[in-house]
Design a protein around this ligand. Structure first.
Ligand code: GDP
Length: 332
């Protein structure tokens, strides 16, 4: 216990090594670590919440890590501190990450104003989402001004990330099938801004075409916040062109969001949805970990799979049974 309190205190002072240990703790699936992680987060919750939270999504190879290096340099040159977290559901199944953490963002990783944390592996997306949300709270408690959450947009990871940030940015590259047709409509609906990378050299004309296509697509969509849009920016992370202007655009959007009271409403909604999803997840885990219920579940699943039993009725009966079992075993 005392240990966790010491760790919380160290994180609160901005100690990097303590922060790294704290994130490892929230990433752990061991029951004892989970308890310590909860205690740690409880201690630090009051210190969290003040960073600007930005999600960055884009297909592998689009230029995310190069862009984040360049943007990160602009952010830290301005005297701000930056934490980069990653959500990569691919690291779950294959053990190998699309985000290829080890060699990425080397400059930023050495920058004293930045903190780069690779994506956790070995968990389902739901677990990764919880840990990333908790990692956001930890880096905020450690005093970071900006949090970037990077994802590859595999499966539901775009939606998951958009639920934990103030602003969701889609990165696209000119040509190479990454044009408007190649982008899922759902992702466009989540995007507050589109950044066209690699707007340099031979790719410049294609980048300009992609930018006007995306601009037109954003224009016909219902704005998330009336009167506030970040639109489409073309940048080159390689030459640095427009990176500073892009950072100004992102900041302007975030400040408008805050000034209009939208950010508070957004975070309230996100917090409530996180809470509700934890209720469902924990209930599901409790059911699955009860041996008697697990046996029954296996039998019931067979009936449902055959089409002999109605899923709704079967689920309702199972839950009633679980609740009555739980009631009997509960202490008075
Ligand atoms: P990620 O997989 O999305 O993180 O993409 P990377 O940042 O690793 O970049 C993929 C490739 O695109 C690399 O070969 C980069 O050198 C190249 N690249 C990234 N940004 C730019 C850019 O602004 N201009 C050009 N021409 N190439 C870039």
């Amino acid at each position: 216990m005392a240990n966790t309190e010491d760790l919380a205190r160290a994180v609160g002072t901005g100690d990097r090594r303590a922060l790294a240990r704290a994130i490892t703790l929230v990433e752990s699936t061991r029951a004892a670590d989970r308890q310590a992680a909860e205690l740690l987060l409880t201690h630090l919750l009051a210190l969290a919440g003040s960073a600007l939270r930005i999600g960055i999504s884009g297909a592998p190879g689009v230029g995310k890590s190069t862009f984040i290096e360049a943007l990160g340099a602009a952010i830290t040159d301005a005297g701000l501190t930056l934490a980069v977290l990653a959500v990569d559901p691919s690291s779950t199944r294959s053990g190998g990450s699309i985000l290829g953490d080890k060699t990425r963002m080397e400059q930023l990783a050495r920058n004293p104003r930045a903190f780069v944390r690779p994506s956790p592996s070995g968990a389902m997306l739901g677990g990764v989402a919880r840990r990333t949300r908790e990692a956001i709270l930890l880096v905020e408690a450690a005093g970071f001004d900006i949090v970037l959450v990077e994802t590859v947009g595999v499966g539901q990871s775009d939606t998951a990330v958009s639920e934990m940030v103030d602003m969701f940015v889609l990165l696209v590259a000119p040509g190479g099938g990454d044009d408007l047709q190649g982008i899922k409509r759902g992702v466009m609906e989540l995007a507050d801004a589109v950044i066209v990378t690699k707007a340099d050299g031979d790719l410049k004309p294609a980048a300009a075409r992609a930018a006007s296509d995306f601009q037109a697509a954003l224009h016909v969509m219902r704005p998330k916040y009336p009167g506030i849009t970040a639109g489409v920016t073309q940048v080159s992370a390689l030459t640095g062109e427009n990176i500073a202007a892009c950072w100004q655009d992102l900041q302007r959007f975030l400040h408008q969001l805050q000034a209009g009271g939208h950010r508070e409403a957004l975070r309230r909604g996100q917090g409530l949805r996180w809470f509700r999803s934890e209720i469902q997840a924990l209930l599901g885990e409790a059911i699955a970990s009860d041996p008697a219920i697990a046996r029954e579940l296996a039998q019931l699943e067979e009936g449902v799979a055959r089409g002999d039993a109605l899923p709704y009725t079967t689920a309702r009966r199972l839950i009633s049974r679980f609740l009555s079992l739980d009631g009997r075993e509960a202490p008075p």
